[in-house]
Design a protein around this ligand. Structure first.
Ligand code: ADP
Ligand code: ZN
Ligand code: ZN
Length: 752
């Protein structure tokens, strides 16, 4: 429809926006007169949506309604408010989130929301503002200055004219009144200043070593940075280096190079691995050029760090999963450390794997991406073998230090000898004692997932389960409560069985608390700290413990996987792994891989200093191939066996997987929807390119009060799988399937 008004041909009148709702489409809104010209793509908008008002994101502007859009113009609603004059979201992030949403069969609006610092629409992250004082004139007119007034003016003059109010109070040793008088006299001005909250304020930074790289490190670095020298194009590397081989040093030098070449850089690290020690090291190297984004920051700190990136003040972003969407411009280098780590996978909608998004980000930006690991994911190693990634290898530890030897302790033998179940073998206890007496440190690792204490009734045989989930409750000795680790339901541990009222309740398994207690009793002279999600609930607590351990103020850490990753404690010479087997028993395509990775990672924790280290692994399955190869630190051997199994069972990297969960409180309703969807999938799968399994009860068949059914798709090609899925979902919708019950996960990391 041609417009009669010439002005409308240049000033956008309509905006297409996406909203954080599970809908695949964008919505068109009208821009009211007074807001026209103020909106740019990427800005947040307050929008009417149904009966609610939501924050949406402008993705495209139009001067007139696009001719191909079938919209009734009278139904188009007005924007309520433009939240940002300067868009928060850069064009690059708009594109990246659109790609991500599409790839994961997810929703652009939800992806955009997930890309921004959590809580950005709330009070919590409002910029922190502090009162400051500015000197306007040091000329006196009228009454002469009092002594304190004179001091204040002198102080301001000496620092260039501006200071924080509180600093003046402190340094001039005065109260507020002389400052206020000066303000009234027009000598100074009091104003409000934005200040950035710095998560590392007041931290001490380590000394920097400036050593020469080894030949292998230098080779790796040269390959990585060579595309940055010319017109850089996309290039992907897999940096496979054993723990302690100096990967981190390569990352740091590559980032330095990118910066010197006028580009920005990003480094992703797993959830917990962004250790306090590591953050400080980066700050020492890059100063305020580095911004840190991880989940232990307060929302305010996180927002301020994010803003420093957005403003271009910080050109290096380091962070966990969602940092892959950091608004860096002109990015030249993307590093994903410990690329195999499952914490890169977002475990709720919108699902995405930050490692894979990182590769795409580099691709879109013409940047270099480096995936680094001692135990690359099967998919990544496969990509390196097939030439998709350039393979870089650091086979040796720095300084010729040997890798710690891993020894398997056969718990069947231990059981036979003791005549009963024991959690800690004699071999392990002896090794702890020996290590302690040499003045060296110990890490004891528990496999969190199965390693918890639960309550079983000896009379009726029932275990105490969560009333919302089909999951046994975990007993927490500290407060005598039973807790569901999935939905957070808690109750007081009962005296009698709720099923049969028997008093013979039996506490099965050894919790972290219990193991820590046993160790404390056996080694009363050792300073022991327990590290797991329960003890580390408070921000900073984990950091304190790790810093104390690094400084030698603790002799032993007892904890879950989170202490296995990334840390560098040179004085740790013994790592004990208790009950590694639980992982092997999980019905999951990646359980062997996870177990192999876990053991290799912990082995890497031992003997990082000058002394050699020892790793003891307690197991009931010493013959399992994951354990055999892990003991030898033989990645290739493990890969060769595991890849055959993946091929045989039609798993990645040979097949593309999608997992569809159908969830509802009412089992019959979930079942009905699942069956409609299954029929639609069969109908859409005309070329039979996709194998369809299910619906069947998911491994966690009931969670948070919902029944869960699962359909699994295995496709030889990504496109065929997606086409089948999209057609089926759309047809199922028409056939009465309630899509609110359907959750699609592309490339699931596990099938539980
Ligand atoms: P990774 O990340 O592969 O586990 P790091 O980069 O943390 O290994 O290196 C292990 C240790 O060796 C660190 O203490 C590091 O400072 C040191 N290091 C790294 N490269 C060198 C080098 N070229 N010369 C001497 N020491 C090095
Ligand atoms: Zn009972
Ligand atoms: Zn529960």
């Amino acid at each position: 429809m041609p417009s009669s008004n010439a002005k409308t041909s240049t000033v956008p009148v309509y905006v297409e926006a996406v909203l954080p709702v599970p809908l695949r489409r964008a919505f068109t809104y009208r821009i009211p007169e007074e807001m026209r010209g103020a909106i740019k793509p990427g800005a947040r908008l307050k929008l009417p949506f149904g009966r609610r008002n939501l924050t949406g994101y402008a993705v495209e502007l139009h001067t007139e309604l696009p001719p191909d859009v079938e919209i009734d113009e009278s139904k188009i609603r007005d924007i309520i408010e433009v939240t940002d004059d300067e868009p928060l979201i850069t064009p690059e992030i708009l594109r990246l989130t659109q790609w991500t949403a599409d790839y994961y069969a997810s929703f652009w609006g939800e992806m955009l929301k997930a890309s921004l610092p959590a809580g950005i629409n709330t009070e919590k992250v409002r910029p922190k503002r502090r009162k400051a004082v500015r000197l306007l004139t040091s000329e006196i007119s009228g009454t002469p200055f009092t002594e304190s007034q004179q001091k204040i003016v002198g102080l301001l003059d000496a620092v260039g004219g501006e200071m924080l109010f509180t600093d003046i109070l402190e340094q001039a040793n005065t109260n507020a009144s002389p400052i206020n008088t000066l303000a009234k006299r027009g000598v100074v001005e009091i104003f409000i200043q934005d200040v950035d909250r710095d998560p590392l304020a007041g931290a001490a930074f380590p000394e920097l070593d400036d050593f020469a790289l080894t030949a292998e490190q230098q080779n790796a670095l040269d390959s990585i940075i060579s595309p940055l020298k010319g017109d850089s194009k996309f290039a992907a590397y897999l940096l496979h280096g054993v723990t302690g081989s100096g990967k981190t040093e390569v990352y740091i030098r590559a980032m330095r190079f990118a910066l010197d070449a006028g580009r920005s850089a990003m480094m992703l690290v797993p959830e917990i691995a962004l250790t306090p020690v590591f953050s400080r090291r980066l700050r020492a190297v890059f100063g305020s050029d580095v911004a840190i984004l991880h989940s232990n920051l307060s929302p305010g700190e996180r927002y301020d760090e994010w803003r420093r990136i957005r403003r271009g003040d910080a050109r290096i972003a380091i962070g966990t999963r969602s940092a892959v969407f950091a608004p860096l411009e002109n990015i030249g280098l993307v590093i994903v450390d410990e690329e195999h780590d499952p914490s890169y996978r977002q475990h709720e909608s919108p699902f995405y794997n930050a490692r894979d998004v990182a590769v795409m980000r580099a691709h879109l930006a013409g940047a270099i991406v480096v995936l680094g690991s001692a135990t690359p994911a099967m998919e990544s190693f496969y990509n390196a073998k097939s030439g998709k990634y350039t393979y870089l290898h650091l086979p040796d530890r720095i300084g010729g230090r040997g890798l710690a030897k891993a020894e398997l302790i056969d718990m069947r033998e231990v059981f036979k000898r003791a005549g009963k179940d024991v959690a800690l073998s004699h071999e392990l206890l002896e090794a702890i004692d020996e290590t302690f007496h040499k003045g060296e440190q110990v890490i004891i690792l528990l496999n969190r997932r199965g390693f918890s204490q639960f309550v079983l009734c000896r009379t009726c045989g029932e275990s105490l389960k969560c009333k919302n989930c089909d999951i046994t409750l975990t007993f927490h000795r500290g407060d005598g409560k039973l807790l569901c680790h999935y939905c957070n339901y808690r109750e007081k541990a009962p005296r009698v069985c709720p099923h049969c009222e028997s008093q013979y309740l039996y506490y099965v398994g050894e919790g972290t608390e219990n193991i820590a207690e046993q160790l404390e009793q056996k080694f009363p002279d050792m300073r022991i700290a327990r590290v797991d999600r329960d003890t580390m609930a408070h921000k900073g607590e984990m950091e304190d413990v790790l810093l104390r351990f690094a400084a030698g103020g603790l002799d032993m850490l007892v904890g879950t996987q989170m202490i296995a990753k990334g840390h560098d404690f040179p004085n740790v010479t013994l790592v004990g792994v208790i009950s590694v087997d639980i992982g092997l028993g999980l019905p999951d395509l990646r359980s062997a891989e996870r177990t192999f990775q876990l053991i290799t990672q912990v082995a890497g924790r031992a003997g990082r200093g000058k002394r050699s280290g020892k790793v003891l692994i307690q197991t009931y399955y010493p013959e399992h191939y994951a354990l055999r190869h892990a003991r030898e630190q033989d990645y290739e051997g493990f890969y060769a066996e595991e890849i055959k199994y993946r091929q045989r069972l039609a798993y990645p990297p040979f097949f593309v997987l999608a997992s569809i969960l159908i969830k509802h409180r009412d089992h019959a309703y979930a079942s009905k929807n699942a069956n409609i969807l299954r029929r639609a999938l069969d109908a859409a799968n005309t070329a039979k390119q996709v194998r369809i399994l299910g619906p069947a009860p998911a491994s966690l068949s009931r969670l948070k009060n919902e029944f869960r059914l699962q359909i699994i798709l295995k496709g030889t090609g990504r496109r065929a799988l997606r086409e089948t899925l999209d057609i089926a979902v759309s047809n199922a919708d028409e056939q009465g399937c309630d899509l609110r019950t359907v959750n699609v996960e592309i490339d699931p990391v596990n099938l539980m």
